[in-house]
Ligand binder design. Structure first.
Ligand code: IPM
Ligand code: MN
Length: 351
């Protein structure tokens, strides 16, 4: 197969972790006889510095014309404590999601056999967890009307959802559930929010089209508690943008490290793959960040192009590296800590 992939390394540890995913993907491509063309493009603070814009038109063109986008991370501390900054790296990420129509963010949570005891949660609670949080990504409070009034003394953000936005996400959720454990949980705050009541109404109306799927409705506050208590109860969860952002960080605790969790973002055309962690500026340039979330995001990419064996090969070499202790310092636990690039080399050589 021939794949054209846009490569958006971004900020902080982005370039370092992306390098390892490219190494591993290229090794897979040569093993299975595929051809990957990588086209690098600017995004985030790096793009602001170069052209004054975190998601330049030229980058969008490259992404829109690619089969898929592999994305590192964006964000830079010099913007975080400056509420007056007019352009922020994160705006680039949001603009990219919106312009590429990436409305469904797939964030799986699973455990790694050799890391179960690294989680602060008890083994018997988490062992065997296999759930997907399907987060709505181009609507809700992230994109609603916002502003200030009363001479700047009052601020507001609004959560708006249309029936069709909910339907297209829920459809993906039902379809995923059909291929997995046939359970779908709609996570909302329908006891308070009107937008959530529309979510419930919409999903309820779709139930009849998927009679095999067992559907439940839970409030997001209760899910925040139950997710870490009884993660094995869940299969596919669908939820609004902000709720999904929060719950997926929480869910990463189940796996043992934020540095392990991959994601894909799906929509109308181009698919995008990125680790759920951020740009981790404290580690940037030190060759210490965990590259596995990005490597596993590349595995999700291969899977979505029906290259299942390729994806499986990546996942099993990742498991092998964890079992053999070829890990970065976040997982070293007093043992030898390997560099980001050493982990990438090891994975590429051991496929
Ligand atoms: C994520 C991130 C982003 C989000 C930030 C960086 C804007 O936290 O991808 O989860 O909130 O969506
Ligand atoms: Mn987040």
């Amino acid at each position: 197969m021939k794949l054209n992939i846009a490569l958006l390394a971004g900020d902080g540890i982005g370039p370092e972790v992306i390098d390892q995913a490219v190494k591993v993907s290229n090794a897979i491509a040569s093993k299975f006889n595929h051809e990957i063309n990588w086209t690098p493009a600017l995004t985030g603070a790096a793009a602001i510095d170069a052209v004054g814009e975190p998601y330049p038109d030229e980058t969008h063109e490259i992404c829109a014309n690619a089969d898929a986008v592999l994305f590192g991370a964006i964000g830079h501390p010099r913007f975080d404590n400056d509420p007056s900054a007019k352009v922020r790296p994160e705006q680039g990420l949001l603009k990219m999601r919106k312009k590429l129509g990436l409305f469904a963010n797939v964030r799986p949570t699973f455990t790694f056999p050799s890391l179960i005891d690294k989680s602060p949660l008890k083994r018997e609670r988490i062992e065997g967890t296999d759930l997907i949080i399907l987060r709505e990504l181009t609507g809700g409070v992230y994109f609603g009307v916002r502003g200030r009034k009363d001479n700047g003394n009052t601020a507001f953000d609004t959560m708006t959802y249309s029936r069709s936005e909910i339907q297209r996400l829920a459809k993906k959720g039902f379809e995923m559930a059909m291929k997995r454990g046939k359970k779908l949980c709609c996570v909302d705050k329908a006891n308070v929010l009107e937008a959530s009541r529309l979510w419930r109404e919409t999903v309820q109306a779709m139930e009849k089209d998927y009679p095999e799927v067992e559907v439940s409705y839970e409030f997001v506050d209760a899910v925040a508690m139950r997710l870490v208590q009884w993660p094995k109860e869940y299969d596919v969860m669908i939820t609004a943008n902000l709720f999904g952002d929060i719950l997926t960080d929480e869910a990463s605790v189940i796996s043992g490290s934020m540095g392990l969790m991959p994601s894909s973002s799906l929509g109308e055309k181009t698919k995008l793959y990125e680790p759920i962690h951020g740009s981790y500026p404290q580690a940037a340039g030190k060759d210490i960040a965990n590259p596995l979330a990005t490597v596993l995001s590349a595995a999700m990419l291969f899977e979505d192009f029906n290259l299942t064996e390729e994806a499986e090969t990546i996942r099993s070499v990742v498991n092998k590296s964890l079992a053999e202790g070829i890990v970065t310092e976040d997982l070293a636990d007093g043992g030898k800590a390997y560099k980001t690039s050493e982990v990438g080399d090891w994975l590429a050589q051991n496929l």
